[in-house]
Design a protein around this ligand. Structure first.
Ligand SMILES: *Cc1c(COP(=O)(O)O)cnc(C)c1O
Length: 493
């Protein structure tokens, strides 16, 4: 299957590209993104036929339905990486917490956040394509704390790939920072920058479109790619687990086939919930996708009003930092699906020029058929974390934002799956503040140990060993020096 562009074609880039091409160079005409030409058709009993299948089998069959230009051997090698998750046959368990509420735990991979679900297999596929073509790629990643560790982990020592990862210094947890700066592998460069996540992301976008930088890389025989969720190579793996949600509820006999469910997704760049949207389009019986945000309520505003307005908005730093966002990239793919390329280009031209776009009332209604949204603040999150642990379930602050949607957005009495995007170990100071009802600023190590001891919660070895690991990357630089540092890294490799 081929891929086309969300903002139409500029007459220079090809009108259609293969999956390999879309993931190797993910930026499309006019700054748009690649989307599948059409979503695959699944046979009638696809979902029922997978009730007794493993996650890997489900994933394989969904990937095959997309008819991607990747050999079976490479697909299987990529999917085998799910064997490294806590439970190989069930890498993302769906756990019942009460009557109609289920938590889909997406954090059982190597870096303890949901980014592993897609980045683990994506890293393997990208490296294999690059190798097959005898091409060398530089992956630039900007991270608010979870993408970086997951990208570094998946690409470390992978052939034909180098990674430069930018993180906002002081904007991540200790665990997240250590997961990045302690990662080894000659093909990795980790740079802290002075600024917030949006600064890091803008710097990355500038570099991706900088002709001078591209020229410098070309001279070294290196092409640029990206591993953030603008890359469809990640999105394709984010469709699968929404099928898994439904299949697990069927398997647990909580629903009968055809019964609709709510999916609640804590959102930032909109990749996770976009996967849910595609899964719904491909046949998963979803009543509605409920989008949870934190105090950065741009997605809530957009879905509730049809207006995306960042004119007077500043990024707020919250306790659910992976959702701190102003410009959410993957809404573009939903907009394309619902209103076509012409409108998509108009909206994003407006957003670039005027920092605002407005949909018509009719367009907004259409959006609201699929999505509803709500936001909550850190105080609410703290209360949820405490209340749920009192009932025996420990969750992280991103997951906690979902409960607001569960409590207030449901219009029907249907089973609800909330997505748990990070393990508590990644945000332990916030979790301990919630449990002890205080504002003491704990170091991660202290918080991890206290929570483990007082609440009998298990820390995985991958987290414990971080605190004695060797730091391999200690640079924190100014935004203006990023290009220089990256060029130096390339030259030395
Ligand atoms: C990345 C991330 C999110 C946001 O996911 P998007 O796909 O960007 O919407 C939410 N929670 C955690 C813990 C994350 O790492």
């Amino acid at each position: 299957m081929n891929f086309i562009e969300t903002r139409g074609n500029d007459g220079i880039k090809p009108e259609e590209v293969t999956f390999s091409e879309a993931i190797l160079s993910p930026s499309a005409s006019f700054g748009g993104l690649y989307v599948p030409k059409e979503l695959p058709f699944l046979e009638e009993n696809f979902i029922q036929n997978h009730i007794d299948k493993s996650y890997k089998e489900l994933a394989y069959n969904i990937l095959k339905a997309f008819k991607i230009d990747i050999d079976d051997e490479e697909i299987n090698k990529a999917l085998d990486l799910y064997d490294n998750f806590d439970e190989a046959s069930n890498p993302c368990p769906v756990v019942k917490v009460k009557d109609d509420l289920f938590v889909h735990e997406q954090y059982h991979g190597p870096t303890r956040a949901f980014k592993d679900m897609a980045l683990q297999p994506f890293g393997s596929i990208l490296s294999s394509i690059a190798k097959k073509r005898d091409e060398h790629y530089l992956i630039l990643a900007a991270t608010s704390g979870d993408t970086g560790p997951a990208a570094l982990n998946t690409f470390k020592n992978k052939e034909n790939i180098q990674v430069a990862c930018l993180y906002p210094d002081g904007g991540t947890s200790d665990v997240q920072r250590l997961q990045m700066v302690c990662e080894d592998g000659d093909n990795l460069k980790v740079l802290g920058i002075h600024g917030n996540f949006d600064d890091a992301q803008s710097a990355l976008k500038n570099l991706l479109s900088s002709e001078s930088f591209k020229k410098e890389l070309e001279d070294d025989g290196i092409k640029l790619s990206a591993a953030n969720s603008v890359n469809f190579g990640r999105i394709i793996f984010q469709i699968i687990y929404h099928f898994w949600s439904y299949i697990q509820l069927l398997k647990q006999e909580e629903i009968t086939f055809g019964e609709k469910i709510y999916l609640v997704v804590p959102s930032g760049n909109f990749g996770n919930v976009l996967g849910g949207f595609y899964a719904q389009e491909m046949g998963v019986p979803v009543e509605k996708l409920l989008v949870a945000s934190n105090e950065n309520n741009i997605l809530t505003e957009w879905i509730n009003t049809g207006i995306y307005d960042i004119r007077d908005k500043d990024l707020k730093l919250t306790k659910s930092p992976a959702m701190d966002i102003l410009k959410s990239s993957n809404i573009e793919r939903v907009i394309y699906s619902l209103y076509g390329a012409k409108r998509t280009k108009e909206f994003f031209d407006d957003l670039n020029e005027k920092k605002i776009f407005k949909m018509t009332e009719e367009e907004t209604k259409k959006l609201q058929k699929y999505f509803a949204a709500i936001n909550s603040d850190d105080k609410y999150g703290a209360k949820i974390i405490k209340d749920f642990l009192d009932d025996g379930y420990l969750m992280d602050p991103h997951t906690a934002t979902c409960l607001k949607a569960y409590e207030e957005l449901k219009e029907k009495e249907l089973k609800t799956v909330i997505y748990s995007t990070a393990e508590w170990t990644k945000f332990s100071p916030t979790v301990l503040n919630a449990l002890h009802k205080n504002n003491i600023s704990y170091a991660d190590k202290e918080a991890l140990e206290t929570i483990s001891k007082e609440y009998n919660a298990k820390q995985p070895d991958s987290i414990k060993k971080l605190f004695t690991a060797k730091v391999n990357h200690d640079l924190v630089i100014d935004k203006n020096d990023i290009e220089k540092e990256i060029v130096k890294f390339i030259r030395n490799n």
